[in-house]
Design a protein around this ligand. Structure first.
Ligand code: GLU
Length: 631
């Protein structure tokens, strides 16, 4: 079997821990996370912590390679993608193979039952494209699909969390999955290897079995009660005595292998039409007690289309930063924040020992407050609700962002108001769950893919069919009742829910030549994705950090509320000598009027950057990701 050696080598090369030169797809660093369980009490709804922390891996080093590089959230997926690249596959080929493996070994975060956004950079032509594989609301969707009693949203955050838990388990939270159509579309344009070959590594792993990772085990344990009502989910993730399967347990997923076999032979049509589609619809129609059935039907699946969209790009200092436009707010929020930060001397405020400078935290948080105010008011699926004025150009116009930057004072503004881009119906702010993964890839020709892929919350809607979980992505529509006109992000048939996902590519413009790729990054994390990606961008572009340090830098930022988050479980908060520095960071921020939220901030940044002749990669120490590369 072509990839058999990959499977045999899995986890064996831990011996090479600490080494920083990539040896053709061998494991350069130990993917052994420890587990920490965050406390949830007292968090405001927008700051509900992302997926449970995996613990922070110490001693990780940036990985260097000359030819190609991949970073995914799971070592097995990185190995398979790296082998594809080594065998002459393109960045998109590697992304397809990695996604199929991620859907198996990290099923809590992404898979065939979910959606994704992908940016592709073609090095020799300089053509940048973004692909939209976001879920759509079913044709039969109505506002009651996400309605909750207004009384249940007035309580403290833990209570709102319970409301959200109920909402996400309803059949009506399930959107039409988009990831497979999107990958097929990207593969038709940029694939080099045969489609069936890209299914095979995941098929083999599903048949031969793989060991449950600590992070998957933790997700299963936390979701145990919610998995029980779905007989197939319970049978797969739980033992016969209904206890959660533990880390290290070997999981076999023959149903997933069959699904992949059908997709290998019949392409995405085998998924969207026919028996698999019928099984998905049947699963959505299960009542599952109080959860109730959903509205996804065969017609929704048959008519789903992935889209090629215009990427959103902005200039920041000497760089061009590009990302995913609507229906994601990712690139718009990041570009707005960068546009405001360009008015300040951020490079003069570097972090020390992975602890950011108080002045930088203040500026970045204020810029984010202003950007989130615009996001919450204006940003949604622009095929349904256009952006104000001239759209992207107006929202990112330098004069508008200069006005917004001028609102940043030395004391925190607390809560920002949306800017007057033009009169428009407000969208409400809402909370997003966290079942997402990010992949960054550069192939031997210098083509790049960044893809963020999601089933929304950890374990999605808990409904398991044909070896994969169905998403609960429709809870990314506005669901918290708010006074005033209907939200721009309200649910409507065939609409795509607003996302925060922000796969990002950074270029160095070169006069008269094709831009050169400088950086490829992204992260999961729900609404905190934009702060995570922004921190990583500033770490590299303004503060000169290497790829691993930029990923490891303490997370910080804000949504549009008086709370500024500082990653309370980052080792720098407790270890000496950085402890003193973090204490003075907190004091300085409080003195400027920030209310500090020390909740966990479990980013999953994957990052590749250019350094002279080499690619340098970093993986987030907070999760199980791995960088691999080759000559
Ligand atoms: N569903 C979210 C979004 O599309 C992502 C959730 C996550 O990152 O975990 O923005």
């Amino acid at each position: 079997m072509m990839f058999a050696w990959v499977l045999r080598a899995a986890f064996a090369a831990l011996l090479m821990a600490g080494m920083s030169w990539a040896q053709s797809c061998e494991m350069p660093q130990a993917p052994v996370p420890s587990i920490a369980t965050p406390g949830l009490a007292g968090q405001p709804v927008e700051a509900l912590p992302p997926e449970p922390a995996s613990g922070f891996r110490a001693g990780m080093q940036a990985v260097r390679a000359k030819g190609f590089m991949v970073v995914t959230a799971n070592p097995l997926a990185s190995q398979v993608a790296c082998a594809v690249l080594q065998n002459g596959g393109s960045a998109v080929d590697a992304a397809v193979a990695a996604q199929m493996v991620l859907g198996l070994v990290e099923p809590q975060s992404s898979g065939l039952g979910g959606g994704a956004f992908l940016l592709h950079w073609e090095a020799h032509t300089g053509v940048l494209r973004s692909y939209d594989g976001r879920e759509t609301a079913p044709l039969a969707a109505t506002p009651d699909d996400l309605s909750i009693s207004p009384a249940s949203t007035t309580g403290p955050a833990p209570q709102i969390r319970e409301v959200f838990q109920a909402l996400r388990s309803r059949g009506t939270s399930i959107g039409t999955p988009g990831v497979l159509r999107m990958l097929e579309l990207a593969h038709q344009a940029h694939g080099r290897m045969a489609w069936p070959d890209l299914m095979r590594p995941a098929q083999t792993l599903a048949t031969q079995g793989f060991a449950i990772s600590p992070r998957l085990a933790q997700a299963i344990a936390q979701a145990r009660d919610d998995l029980l009502p779905d007989a197939q989910a319970a049978a797969y993730f739980l033992n016969q005595d209904r206890t959660p399967k533990l880390a290290g347990t070997r999981l076999h997923n023959p149903a997933y292998a069959h699904t992949l076999q059908a997709i290998a032979q019949g392409g995405a049509n085998a998924f969207y039409v026919g028996e698999i589609a019928q099984d998905m619809v049947r699963k959505v129609q299960e009542q599952q007690g109080a959860r109730g059935m959903g509205k996804l039907r065969l017609q929704d699946l048959a008519q789903y289309r992935a889209l090629v969209r215009e990427p959103v790009c902005t200039l920041y200092r000497a760089y061009r930063v590009c990302g995913m436009g609507p229906p994601s707010a990712g690139a718009l929020v990041i570009a707005q924040a960068l546009g405001m930060l360009a008015h300040f001397d951020v490079p003069a405020m570097p972090p020390r020992m992975l602890v950011p400078d108080p002045a930088a935290v203040h500026l970045v948080s204020e810029a984010l407050r202003l950007a989130y105010a615009d996001r919450n008011t204006y940003m949604a699926d622009t095929d349904f609700v256009p952006l104000p004025a001239q759209g992207v150009a107006a929202v990112l116009s330098p004069s508008y962002l200069a006005q917004r930057a001028a609102l940043i004072q030395s004391r925190s503004m607390g809560k920002a108001s949306a800017g007057d881009v033009a009169a428009m119906k407000p969208a409400s702010s809402d909370s997003e769950g966290k079942g997402t993964t990010h992949v960054s890839i550069v192939d031997a020709q210098g083509n790049a893919v960044v893809m963020t892929s999601s089933i929304e919350s950890s374990m999605g809607s808990f409904r398991f069919v044909r070896g994969f979980l169905l998403n609960n992505q429709l809870t990314d529509f506005a669901w918290l009742p708010e006074p005033g006109p209907p939200s721009a992000n309200r649910i409507e048939p065939l609409k795509r829910p607003r996302s925060s996902m922000a796969p990002t590519l950074v270029f160095k413009p070169q006069a008269g030549q094709v831009d050169s790729l400088y950086m490829a990054t992204g992260s999961p994390g729900g609404p905190a994705i934009m702060p995570y990606v922004l921190k990583t961008l500033l770490g590299v572009l303004d503060w000169g950090l290497d790829a691993q340090s930029a990923a490891a830098l303490l997370n910080f930022g804000a949504f549009n509320s008086p709370q500024t988050f500082i990653e309370g479980d980052h080792p720098a908060m407790h270890a000496q000598p950085s402890h003193m520095q973090t204490q003075s960071l907190l004091e300085a921020l409080r003195a400027r009027g920030h209310q500090i939220n020390l909740g966990p901030q479990t980013s999953g940044v994957g990052l590749i950057m250019r350094d002279g002749e080499h690619w340098v990669g970093g993986a987030d120490p907070r999760r199980e990701g791995l960088v691999l590369g080759g000559p």
